[in-house]
Design a protein around this ligand. Structure first.
Ligand SMILES: Nc1ncnc2c1ncn2[C@@H]1O[C@H](COP(=O)(O)OP(=O)(O)OP(=O)(O)O)[C@@H](O)[C@H]1O
Ligand SMILES: [Mg+2]
Length: 372
């Protein structure tokens, strides 16, 4: 039996468990705490910043992969030097650890992206501002941002004085986008690449709120462009596993890369119900170099809505009675306002109807009045 070790015990590791069972994979999770989303597969509780703990965990695994991107790259390189298979490889994963490193790499690859510049001291301000086309622009801390934390739209450098005091800051032009998209696909070490259709992601206050798949009304040119961007990134940096490329579809019809993730991603949850192969199954197939599954869709449209705060059992029962065909996923996390606690997925043939059912279930789960 192949043993896959997953570093991180969050919802992504949790959702790999059913796929591992079906594929006959022994899944072992390295979690930070006993009480984690993936607790039923946890074999080690510890600190992933300690190389010795990673080494002990990796000893019993055929391949190491990830639920998050916080493990120091130097530790992963050390594991690799000891003969441990680490997928995605540290050299590729490094692009997801630091948004400045990612912008440099994408520029080298010639991938279309927003205009960007790095501010390291006040002396850089004028040049950087010219490069991104002036205020308002978007400032980002290069490391550790998530769910829009670490992203600010700014009108002055005073607004990021706290960040510039701490280190380099990435500036980007404020992209005039019509909508946000995400292209997901998976790549095996032997090179096989299998993409899903491009999806539309909708964010509220910088956090993904809904995903519509495939992106409604996408032109054949745009979907081909999104797929070719993702494939060229995956091939040139030798990604292994699922690659998610967050994209802007601009008002003038271009596609620009926002950021990358090299693991199952929030924008791909919809494929669990919508596609023959879920992103969790595809990730496990890829990192074990098993032939990839079909990305074919089994319904015309799928809509995923994130559930924030808490998934309450009574409300989930009410929602499931009214909408038994909509699937509710509960990450079993401790309740916290604004936290992604779960998601629901509806599939169908009509965009408005499918979106309506996903939003209705979320409204019930959020305890909002719903009269539909
Ligand atoms: N250059 C930009 N121009 C316009 N809007 C932007 C730009 N960069 C980011 N945004 C907006 O902010 C959101 C969050 O940005 P980004 O994806 O870089 O941050 P994050 O915190 O790493 O996100 P995630 O939730 O994916 O972890 C984007 O989805 C988009 O809505
Ligand atoms: Mg993002």
């Amino acid at each position: 039996m192949v043993c896959v070790g997953v570093i991180g015990g969050g919802q992504l590791a949790r959702m790999m468990i059913p796929a591992a069972i079906n594929l006959g994979i022994d899944l072992r999770v390295f979690a930070e705490a006993e009480e984690s989303s993936a607790s039923m597969a946890v074999s080690h509780v510890g600190d992933y910043s300690q190389l010795s703990e990673l080494e002990a965990f990796a000893q019993n695994c055929d391949v190491i992969t990830f639920d998050h991107e916080h493990v120091p790259i130097a530790h992963l390189e050390a594991l690799q030097a000891q003969g441990v298979r680490v997928y995605p490889p540290p050299g590729a994963l490094a692009l997801t650890h630091n948004k400045i490193v990612m912008r440099h790499a994408l520029a080298t690859l010639g991938v279309p992206q927003p205009r960007w510049a790095v501010v390291e001291s006040e002396a850089d301000d004028d040049r950087a501002l010219r490069e991104v086309g002036g205020f308002p622009c978007v400032a980002k801390i290069p490391v550790g941002g998530y769910d829009g934390k670490g992203v600010r739209v700014i009108d002055s450098f005073g607004a990021i004085a706290d960040w510039t005091a701490a280190g380099p800051v990435l500036l980007e032009e404020k992209v005039d986008f019509r909508r946000e998209l995400a292209q997901l696909g998976a790549r095996r070490p032997s090179g096989q690449w299998v993409p899903w259709p491009v999806v539309e992601t909708r964010q509220a206050e910088g956090v993904c709120s809904e995903v519509l798949a495939p992106a409604p009304g996408i032109s054949p040119w745009q979907s081909a462009e999104a797929e070719s961007i993702a494939r060229s990134i995956a091939e040139s940096i030798a990604v292994v596993g699922v690659l998610a490329v967050e994209l802007f579809g601009t008002t003038d019809g271009r596609i620009l890369v926002n950021e990358l993730a090299m693991r199952p991603h929030n924008s791909g949850h919809v494929f669990t119900e919508l596609s023959v192969t879920s992103q969790f199954e595809q990730h496990l197939r890829a990192v074990t170099d098993f032939p990839l599954g079909s990305p074919e869709l089994i319904s015309g449209i799928g809509v995923m809505a994130n559930v924030f705060g808490h998934v309450d059992d009574l409300l989930a029962r009410t929602a499931s009675e009214r909408f038994p065909e909509v699937k509710i996923h509960d990450y079993t996390k401790a309740p916290r306002p604004g936290r992604k606690a779960g998601h629901c997925v509806a599939v169908g043939s009509d965009v408005a109807d499918t979106l309506g059912r996903a939003l209705a279930v979320r409204a019930i789960l959020h305890g909002e009045n719903y009269d539909g």
